[in-house]
Every structure is written in structure tokens, then in C-alpha cells.
Design a binder for this molecule. Structure first.
Ligand code: ADP
Ligand code: TRP
Length: 336
């Protein structure tokens, strides 16, 4: 079975766009792949300066994924910082990368363009991400398009490693990106839902708050009786991802006239509540029991580490840090 791995940065409370665009599709992969999902707290540290917020968001993310249906006995769920081998690999990989490659990083370049003084963590971010991926012999990485550059760098450094140290056989698996086919989820202003735009629909807000946010979605100002165009409407686009059948019915009613945006929003609110209501209850229960959440994460980390140790063992031998085994064939990837 192939391995799918992805990292989630614990920098905010997940919104509906994260759920529909990343969480739901990633969980569906558990049927076809061996799945590894980890909380990238060291990546978050490039920007987060509030220790309580960081620790809190790690648990928020863990509880969200578990509430959404992640089964920790099937999927490895762990905290990046619990697997220290990732740093060893990160350093070794960084010695194979040209500084120019990191200087071309989108996040780093954007920070410079804004006149910020990016920290070294932000500069090195893609190297740590490559180590996250290569440490587990990952075959596919489900990510958003914005992460493609990082995946290219990961593939590049893995190939270079194999070329330099692998002789005739690969030591690191070269992964593929798996880009979600799901359309982008629009926010309340019709633009891409994003935490930084302030247009998010929160995932686990109380029902009353959720309804208020849904009722605030921007629409045209056509009156109740007028026929309306469902195309391009955020209300209908959201409904399509939650309940395609309801979306068809609502679109017909909007086109016919005599049906207001308020009615359509009420349908959307009900569809969200139907899918997320039960998740919210599970989320609240899970989030309240921090000891249990931590135990799940530690158990995941233990299992993840046993795999990481094998990879790092191969890598250390290959580069000459550990004594080379007499038979270099023992460095070979384990049979999967
Ligand atoms: P944000 O854009 O709010 O900062 P992140 O960059 O933390 O969200 O995204 C986490 C994951 O959620 C990524 O895989 C990203 O592709 C997905 N995602 C975020 N916003 C959306 C959206 N509006 N539609 C679909 N997927 C999204
Ligand atoms: N960079 C990713 C993001 O911003 C998070 C991440 C860290 C990641 N390590 C990863 C994703 C490894 C996939 C694989 O969303």
C-alpha cells in the first residue's frame, strides 16, 4: 500500500474552506493509502510568538481531524516536534541544496517584497518540509497548489540525495504531489475563503453564530420576486460542495424568481449544520479532554518514530556518519 502524508500548520482554528478543501479529501485517502497526518508545530514557529496559542492550536487541530473522522488506529496522527529525527534529516538535506533554491522560495520572496526581515526559519521552511516528507518514505503528498513549489524542491533534493549517495539504488523515495480536485471554497465575500481575508465561515462555531455568518454572505441586491443567477454566487457554490442535490433545487428556485437569497442562505445554513453539527459535538468532547488528545498524539509519534529511525539509519550510513555497512545493499529501501 502506498503512503500518503501531509502536514497541517497549527496557526488558526480551521475554517470551512480547510475542511472542504483539505480535511475531507485527505480523510477519504485513508481508504486507498497508508496515511500519515502530522501537526507542523515547528513550521508554525516561524510566525507564532504566543506559546499558549501554539499549544492550544495543536490540540484544536488534533481534535478537528479526529472529530472529522480520522481513526488514529488506522492513520498516524502526531506532532512534528515529537519526532526529532526530522532535524537530522533536515540538516543533511540542507547540505545538498543551493542557497539560490531557497532564495527563490515564494514565502521568502514575498516577505522580502513586503519589506519584512524574514527569519532563518522561514528561509529554511522548505527544507524542514522536505525532511517531513522524506523521513517516512512518502509516495504522495495531498496539498494545495500553493505548496507545489515545496514539493518540487522535495523531489529535487531526494533525487540529488539518491544520485550522490545511492550508487545504484534509491535511498529516499521521491514523492508526488496530489492536488485536490475540489474547487476552491469561496468565503463570505465571494473570494477564496482564507483566514487572512477575514471572510471565513468557522468550522465549529455555535449554531447561532454560524447562522449569522451565513446570513452575512454577500449576494446581489435583487428583490424577492426577481429571477436570480445562481452562477458565481458563493451561497450556491458552497451548497454544491455540501449537498449537490440541494444546490440543484435551490438553483432552479433562484432562476424562477419568487425565492430570495435569504431562503437560499437558510438552505445553506441547514446543509452546513447537517454535516457539521455532529462533528461539532464530537469536537467539543475531544477538545475538553486534553490528556486524551495528548496521549493519542504521543502514541502516533511513537509509531512514526520507529519508521523515522529506520530511514535516518539508512541516511546516516549512506552519507558516512555511521560506519558503512560492509554490504551497501543493506541500505536499500525496505520492501513496502
Ligand atoms: P488559509 O488560506 O486560510 O491560510 P491554509 O493556507 O492554512 O488556509 O490552508 C490549509 C489547507 O486548507 C490547505 O491544504 C489549503 O489548500 C486548504 N484551503 C484553505 N483555504 C481553502 C479554500 N478556500 N478552498 C479550498 N481549500 C482551502
Ligand atoms: N507547508 C504546509 C502548509 O503551509 C504544511 C506542511 C509542513 C506540510 N510540512 C509538510 C504539508 C509536509 C505537506 C507535507 O500548509
Amino acid at each position: 500500500m502506498k503512503t500518503s502524508l501531509t502536514g497541517i500548520k497549527p496557526t488558526n482554528l480551521p475554517h470551512l474552506g480547510n475542511y472542504l478543501g483539505a480535511i475531507r479529501p485527505a480523510l477519504a485517502l485513508a481508504e486507498r493509502y497508508r496515511t500519515f497526518y502530522f501537526i507542523a508545530d515547528y513550521h508554525a514557529l516561524t510566525s507564532v510568538r504566543d506559546p499558549e496559542a501554539l499549544a492550544g492550536h495543536v490540540r484544536d487541530v488534533a481534535a478537528t481531524w479526529l472529530a472529522a473522522g480520522l481513526d488514529p488506529s488506522e492513520t498516524l496522527l502526531y506532532r512534528q516536534s515529537d519526532v526529532i529525527e526530522v532535524f537530522e534529516l533536515s540538516w543533511i538535506l540542507s547540505c545538498l541544496l543551493a542557497t539560490g533554491q531557497l532564495e527563490r522560495g515564494h514565502a521568502y520572496k514575498d516577505a522580502l517584497a513586503k519589506g519584512e526581515a524574514p527569519n532563518v526559519g522561514l528561509f529554511n521552511y522548505p527544507v524542514l518540509m522536505a525532511a517531513d516528507i522524506l523521513l517516512y518514505d512518502t509516495d504522495v503528498v495531498p496539498v494545495g497548489k500553493d505548496q507545489l513549489q515545496h514539493l518540487e524542491l522535495t523531489r529535487d533534493v531526494a533525487q540529488r540525495f539518491n544520485h550522490v549517495f545511492g550508487d545504484d539504488f534509491p535511498i529516499l523515495v521521491v514523492p508526488e504531489a496530489l492536488i485536490s480536485e475540489a474547487p476552491l471554497v469561496p468565503g463570505t465575500d465571494g473570494e477564496k475563503m482564507s483566514k487572512s481575508r477575514g471572510n471565513s465561515i468557522p468550522l465549529f462555531a455555535p449554531a447561532k453564530k454560524l447562522r449569522k455568518v451565513v446570513m452575512g454572505i454577500k449576494t446581489d441586491s435583487k428583490g424577492l420576486d426577481e429571477p436570480k443567477d445562481p452562477e458565481g454566487s458563493a451561497v450556491v457554490a458552497l451548497l454544491e460542495q455540501l449537498s449537490p442535490e440541494r444546490a440543484v433545487v435551490v438553483s432552479e428556485k433562484l432562476r424562477a424568481g419568487g425565492y430570495g437569497w435569504g431562503h437560499a442562505k437558510q438552505e445553506l445554513y441547514e446543509a452546513i449544520e447537517q454535516e457539521l453539527g455532529p462533528l461539532r459535538e464530537r469536537y467539543e468532547e475531544l477538545r475538553a479532554d486534553e490528556a486524551k488528545l495528548d496521549a493519542i498524539l504521543h502514541d502516533g509519534a511513537e509509531r512514526a518514530r520507529s519508521i523515522a529511525r529506520r530511514t535516518i539509519g539508512r541516511v546516516r550510513s549512506a552519507v558516512g556518519i555511521d560506519p558503512l555497512p560492509r554490504d551497501r545493499a543493506t541500505l536499500k529501501l525496505r520492501t513496502r
